[in-house]
Design a protein around this ligand. Structure first.
Ligand code: ZN
Length: 142
């Protein structure tokens, strides 16, 4: 159903401050920093070996990351699985009774289309589906 674990999303207060820690743990610094304005987040990606590590920092008080940190503190925010056809996977999940947080896939960081499954339906884990926009073939869009 899912292709593979693609990345782990970790909510932090400040990416530049957390960079020292992740540099120490992973032996490399972030290879990409990218803002997703619509979500009120700044992201930084690290090479974690088998999976990427995505740090998420809120850029405003309405950001879901700001709310998450207020409520639960810094820490693991979501796990993301790569899928080969996000529209189809979303439809399958709906048919299986999962609630999705997004009606339609939306633009995420790292050139991806993403959507989230409601954590109440997945043992409290926020699961992101992501599909690389470069891997969308034109027939799927029609
Ligand atoms: Zn993510």
């Amino acid at each position: 159903m899912f292709e593979k674990l693609e990345h782990l999303g970790i909510a932090v207060k400040n990416i530049e401050q957390s960079d020292a820690l992740f540099k120490l743990l992973l032996g490399n610094t972030h290879y990409k920093v990218e803002g997703v304005e619509s979500e009120g987040v700044k992201t930084a990606f690290y090479d974690g070996g088998n999976v990427k590590i995505e740090l998420l920092e809120a850029t405003n008080e309405n950001s879901p990351i700001h709310k998450f940190i207020e409520k639960r503190g810094e820490g693991l925010h979501h796990i993301a699985f790569e899928v080969d056809n996000i529209h189809q996977r979303m439809e399958e999940l709906r048919q299986q009774g999962f609630r999705l947080l997004n009606e339609q896939p939306k633009d995420g960081a790292d050139n991806k289309l993403i959507c989230f499954i409601h954590p109440k339906d997945t043992n409290g884990i926020l699961i992101e589906l992501c599909q690389d926009k470069n891997k969308i073939n034109s027939t799927e869009e029609e």
